[in-house]
Write a protein that binds this ligand. Structure first.
Ligand SMILES: Nc1ncnc2c1ncn2[C@@H]1O[C@H](COP(=O)(O)OP(=O)(O)OP(=O)(O)O)[C@@H](O)[C@H]1O
Ligand SMILES: [Mg+2]
Length: 263
């Protein structure tokens, strides 16, 4: 069975599904490793839909979204053909379009999608002059990592086209389930210590002592996996502490780790 997105706040999944079923665009907001991509994949699976992905960066341009022209030899003759990009493919097939890190794209690129994202559900490709109307089932999920270096605030008109779901921290109980399902670590006492450690990290984040990224579910799965092979304190350095730049943050987490895992 596919790995499932799990959260104590069940409205996250419920409302995401409702937003999609109403054919509205969904924006997932959360720090790195909080399960945005996993959630999108689960939604696609539940809706029996295929998913096309775009990873936004400053290099994303109209061609990487909509496609490009190229020359092909057909029956020995040169012909200009258009290779559809992910947006056009998803629209033509009535599939889900997943736009990852949408706030990393250059602000002048995304407005091309505006008509595809509102009631019109169409796009006119400036490269070909062709207009594409989305087939039923076309749905857009975008994801943003909040407060991340290099991100820009989303343009108002773009943001306005989305319905937002924020992925808050998972509870200790939900994390226990996630670790049992996704990590190699199956020792109850170790999983307990890791989930308590996560509770400490969340508290420290809320108090502003450490940054949000420090307590990601992804890193905790890594910690649990590595702890089956090396001492857990060392695993904690490799998976969490040594990713951080600030000595103050490192020290705070080291203290918490020693408290939960021993020296
Ligand atoms: N709530 C959750 N339920 C189940 N698995 C989760 C959850 N949160 C994170 N994970 C797991 O943690 C890992 C990272 O999740 P995912 O890739 O979805 O994060 P993300 O938010 O898309 O991160 P990024 O912003 O870096 O792309 C995956 O292995 C995923 O299965
Ligand atoms: Mg992701």
């Amino acid at each position: 069975m596919a790995i499932r997105f799990l959260h104590n706040d069940e409205t996250i999944y419920e409302d995401s599904k409702i937003i999609m079923s109403l054919n509205k665009n969904l924006l997932l907001k959360g720090p790195t490793g909080s399960g945005k991509t996993r959630l999108a994949e689960n939604l696609a699976e539940d809706m029996n839909s295929s998913m096309y992905s775009i990873n936004c960066s400053v290099d994303v341009d109209i061609e990487s979204l909509l496609g490009f022209k190229t020359i092909e030899y057909i029956d020995g003759k040169q012909e200009v053909v258009f290779v559809s990009g992910p947006v056009i493919q998803a629209m033509n097939e009535g599939a889900i379009l997943y736009i990852d890190e949408i706030n990393m794209a250059k602000p002048e690129v995304l407005p091309i999608l505006n008509a595809a994202l509102d009631y019109r559900r169409t796009i006119t490709n400036p490269l070909t002059g062709e207009t594409t109307t989305a087939k039923d089932g076309f749905n857009v999920i975008a994801a943003i990592n909040v407060g991340y270096v290099g991100t820009m605030p989303m343009n108002e008109a773009l943001l306005n086209r989305f319905n937002v779901i924020e992925l808050g921290y998972v509870s200790r109980e939900a994390l226990t389930e996630v670790l049992k399902a996704q990590s190699l670590q199956q020792e109850e006492s170790v999983i307990d210590a890791i989930t308590l450690f996560h509770t400490d990290l969340v508290t420290m984040t809320e108090q502003g002592q450490i940054s949000q990224e420090a307590s990601s579910v992804r890193s905790l799965i890594d910690l649990a996996d590595l702890s089956t092979k090396i001492p857990i304190n060392r695993a904690c350095r490799r998976t969490i502490i040594d990713k951080l730049d600030s000595n103050q943050e490192k020290k705070a987490i080291l203290n918490a780790a020693e408290l939960r895992f021993g020296r």
